[in-house]
Write a protein that binds this ligand. Structure first.
Ligand code: CMP
Length: 227
């Protein structure tokens, strides 16, 4: 895929005319990150923003014992690294490739030139940052207010709503996060996630098959009613 086609997939650039995308594409540098490699390290200075053309990345913090807290999983069409560009502070988190990731990077100068000429990109970034802050608010609330089973249930519902394809019986997610990644997302252990998933499976609320998970309509209805 060429750089223009890749940038067209990125939500914050979707409204831009072809000529602007072509200009931006000329200023981007391609980068391939192997699965498991660190793309951005917390506390390091940051002078580039990245967009994802292929693969998934996780935004993570590490505790002193190496425990991993996943703040978000980003995929094709998402961007990261904007915070250090905007506030000139060190990177706020680590970003690690889950699969082989194909990225385009845009350095500070190119980013600023583009933003000055195209304020609509700035507004789109603000909208996405608001969405991320809302999500962070929800996670903070959930950590304080919900028990761990309810947190696993919400994580499954969010996954189904974001990535699920409607099929008979429910929403099918073809590539779910691992149990370890889900544990990192909701601040619990892998064993607890495993117990909750087994329990939901036994009650016929979800079906797991390899990397796939079918989230049954009944599960989603229950969650709506409980909300
Ligand atoms: P930056 O701080 O430059 O480097 C790490 C990046 O991770 C950050 O920019 C954001 O792009 C991204 N990031 C940090 N926190 C979150 C979050 N809570 N949700 C999604 N992405 C985040």
């Amino acid at each position: 895929m060429d750089n223009v086609a890749l940038l067209r997939q990125v939500s914050i650039f979707q409204e831009l005319p072809e000529a602007v995308l072509a200009d931006l594409a000329g200023r981007c540098r391609p980068k391939i990150a192997d699965a498991g490699s660190v793309i951005v390290s917390q506390e390091e200075p940051g002078d580039a923003l990245f967009v994802i053309g292929q693969g998934r990345v996780k935004v993570v913090l590490y505790g002193e014992t190496g425990r991993e807290i996943i703040l978000s999983i980003l995929q094709v069409g998402d961007f990261f690294g904007e915070m250090s560009l905007l506030d000139r502070q060190p990177r706020s988190a680590n970003v690690v490739a889950i699969d082989e990731a194909h990225l385009l990077s845009l350095d500070r100068e190119a980013f600023q030139t583009h933003l000055t000429a195209n304020p609509s990109t700035g507004l789109a970034i603000l909208a996405e940052m608001s969405r991320r802050l809302r999500h962070a608010d929800e996670v903070i609330g959930n950590l304080a207010l919900l028990d761990v089973y309810a947190r696993v249930a919400r994580a499954i519902r969010d996954l189904a709503q974001k990535q699920g394809e409607p099929i008979e019986g429910g929403l099918l997610v073809r590539e779910r996060p691992t149990q370890q990644e889900m544990a990192g997302l909701i601040g619990t252990s892998r064993e607890t996630v495993s117990r909750a998933l087994n329990d939901f499976t036994r009650r016929g609320l979800i079906e797991m098959n390899g990397k796939q998970i079918l989230v049954r309509w009944g599960f989603l209805r229950n969650m709506d009613e409980a909300a």
